[in-house]
Structure formats: C-alpha cells, structure tokens
Design a protein around this ligand. Structure first.
Ligand code: SF4
Length: 291
C-alpha cells in the first residue's frame, strides 16, 4: 500500500508493527520470494524484477532471509553440512572440492562446533537451529540480511546471544539488515532507523533514538506506550486500543482513525500523505501537517 522505503548500505532498519500489518509480506517481497503486486524493489539502484540470468541470481543470493521459526525453516532430512552447503553446490559458487571448507567457515562464523556438521536439525536446540539458518544464509556471502522476527521463537536467554551474533556479523561482513519485529525493545537495541507499519502502510520513519524519544505519529505513540517498563510495573498493561481492521477493507480516510485517540473529523474523510516533519523523519498524520 504505497510502501516507500530505502535501506542504506550498512544500515540496520527496523520494521515494526502489529501482527497482520504486512511486515512479513514486505520482507518476502524484498527478498524476491514474493513478487510485488504493484511497484518495484530496487537493489543497488536496479529494478530487481527486471534482472535476468546471472544478475537475478546475484540479487537473490545477495539478499538472504532469516526466518522466524528455526524448527520449520530447516529440512529435517538433511544433515547440517548439506543444509549450509546446498546453495553453494547447486549454484556452483565454489568448486565442489571446496564446499566442505566453506561450510566449516560459515559454521565457525556463527559459533557452531564443527563436530556437529553431520547431525540433523532435530538434534539441536532452537538457538542452535537459528544459528544453522544464519550459517546457511552467510555461506552465499550476502550483502543484505532480511530477518523476519528471527528471535521471537527462542527462549529469552537465547535471544540475547543471537542478537549479539547479528551485531558481530554486521561488523565482520559489513552487512545491511532489514530487521522485522514487533519487539520494540529489540529494535531500540539493534537498529539505526525504524519504520512503523500500519495496515500495509509506513506511517512513520526516522532514527531510532529520535522516534523513541519523541514519537510523532499517534500509532507510534500507542506502540511505545505499550512497552512494559520497570518503573511502571504496577500499571496495567495498555495495548493499542481496538482491533487491526481487515487490510482487504481498510477504513476510509486515515486507516488508523477508528483506533486513534487524536482523530478529528478530517481523519475520517481524507488519507494523510507521508511528509517530512523534521530532518530524516517522515510521518503520515493530518495533525503533523504544517499550515
Ligand atoms: Fe490519528 Fe487523524 Fe493522525 Fe490518522 S490522521 S493518526 S486518525 S490524528
């Protein structure tokens, strides 16, 4: 729905919103798993859908996805070394005799013991499986990692280890991340910039520090208000009010108006355009329009 989003090289961009807002669909479009129904994805300046042959393969390998569920995203019948080395062999990215060494490098990169290379996925914990998924992505030397709720299925104690691994890999391989999450605490820790999505639209973008210090859009304000905080632990949890409407029949005007505490009459009639509200910050809300 008119998503207009740029990710700079080396940046970690957080994509945040409630379940069902379209985050995962957008992530799949960015990686080329789903074709866009309209518009285009540009990769390093070139329209990805127009790429053919070797150039298309380069894009598909350069933009790798880390999935949410490490139990469903690994083939249970394949041993770890085959899972991690499969793309290298299929696309002949390294000579066959060197696949084993490349697999070992990828496993070492994510902190997995090489003695585990002949095991099957069911012999690993959730955190180890997610590391296998990351090693599989790293093996093809990606430039962009699209991480779709990559730690949501893991125990809290393991989440921190995997998040730190993402940070280390970013430094080591100069990676760019699109980090999809509903966990604002994680986004604050990991990301440089954040995009807030509501019903398929990006309603606010800006640097993480600024958005968390002074959210401009009422939806962003409501999301931040719902974050549990230690100093407010006696206060009842306040989720964003109301239900997310169906994206197939979005409300007229501003799609957030049925749930917005600041809505005015105009919000029911016309859709706010995204506008620059400060340097590096964009938001779509009538109340933020100047003049
Ligand atoms: Fe709320 Fe109106 Fe702004 Fe939409 S345009 S977020 S309904 S104030």
């Amino acid at each position: 729905e008119g998503v207009d989003l740029a990710i700079e090289r080396g940046e970690v961009l957080g994509l945040v919103g409630e379940s069902g807002c379209g985050k995962s669909t957008l992530a799949r479009v960015v990686t080329g798993i789903l074709p866009p129904t309209a518009g285009e994805v540009r990769f390093e300046g070139r329209p990805a859908q127009a790429l053919r042959g070797r150039e298309r393969l380069d894009y598909l390998l350069a933009v790798q996805m880390i999935f949410q569920d490490p139990f469903a995203s690994l083939d249970p019948r394949m041993r770890v070394h085959r899972i991690v080395g499969e793309a290298l062999s299929v696309h002949k990215l390294v000579p066959e005799a060197e696949v084993g060494a490349a697999v070992d490098r990828a496993l070492a990169d994510v902190g997995l013991d090489l003695a585990y290379r002949d095991r099957y996925p069911h012999q690993f914990s959730g955190g180890q499986r997610q590391r296998i998924g990351i090693a599989r992505a790293l093996a093809v030397k990606p430039r962009v990692m699209v991480c779709d709720e990559p730690v949501a299925a893991l125990d809290v104690s393991i989440q921190a280890q995997v998040i730190n691994l993402f940070l280390e890999l970013r430094e080591r391989h100069q990676l760019t991340y699109l980090f999809v999450s509903h966990n604002l605490g994680l986004v604050r820790f990991l990301c440089d910039r954040v995009a807030i999505m509501y019903l398929g639209r990006i309603v606010e973008t800006g640097p993480v520090a600024e958005i968390f210090a002074s959210p401009a859009h009422p939806y962003t304000q409501a999301l931040l208000e719902a974050i549990p905080r230690l100093h407010r632990r006696k206060r009842a949890f306040e989720p964003v009010q109301g239900e997310l409407p169906s994206p197939l029949a979005p409300p007229p005007g501003c799609p957030f108006h049925p749930r917005c505490p600041s809505a005015v009459a105009r919000c029911r009639e016309s859709r706010p355009e995204r506008r620059t509200i400060a340097t590096g910050r964009v938001a779509a809300c009538h109340l933020l329009e100047k003049g």
